[in-house]
Design a protein around this ligand. Structure first.
Ligand code: THU
Length: 160
């Protein structure tokens, strides 16, 4: 072995009551967005809400398809909508919540690998870290950047 590299990640876990008013609002929007998810196949309704630099909150949810891989997760649905409609607005934060069989999940819902990659692109595009709020009934996981969710990531800097 030449060397060993250890990567570490910081996650702050808060009870919902300790979140700021803005964070609570964003989490509420993500929870609300689960109500309009199209998830007839999994029954797993995910909501995402983004806080943009202009103060606007945009939300979205997972959109499934009978041809399963054609569906899209809540995070990508929402971030693509935001980037398509507000291409100049930095994304300051994202909140994610999931409802399964009528209840919000007891454990946090964390973005899948493909969503992490897409969220990272948005972070890089705006040269600004995106705070991640992952909701569960037990508490909220808070991370300061998508980078913390995707160590050793592939990004635009590698194409230069
Ligand atoms: N899903 C999301 O929308 N976001 C995630 O972070 C994980 C999974 C969706 C995809 C699919 O519609 C359902 O949840 C079950 O995997």
């Amino acid at each position: 072995m030449v060397k060993e590299i250890n990567l570490s990640t910081k996650i702050a876990v808060y009870p919902l009551e300790e979140c700021t008013e803005t964070e609570k609002k964003l989490i509420e929007a993500a929870k609300k967005a689960t109500e309009k998810a199209y998830a007839p196949y999994s029954g797993f309704s995910v909501g995402a809400a983004l806080l943009l630099e202009n103060g606007e909150i945009v939300s979205g949810n997972n959109q499934e398809n009978a041809a399963y891989p054609s569906g899209l997760c809540a995070e990508r649905t929402t971030v693509f909508y935001a980037n398509a409609n507000f291409p100049e607005e930095k994304v300051i934060a994202i909140a994610i919540a999931a409802n399964h069989k009528g209840s919000f999940t007891e454990d946090v819902i964390t973005p899948c690998g493909a969503c992490r990659q897409v969220l990272l692109e948005t972070e890089n595009r705006f040269h600004s870290p995106m705070k991640v709020l992952m909701y569960s009934e037990k508490g909220v996981y808070v991370m300061e950047s998508i980078r913390d969710l995707l160590p050793l990531s592939f990004g635009d800097e590698m194409l230069k």
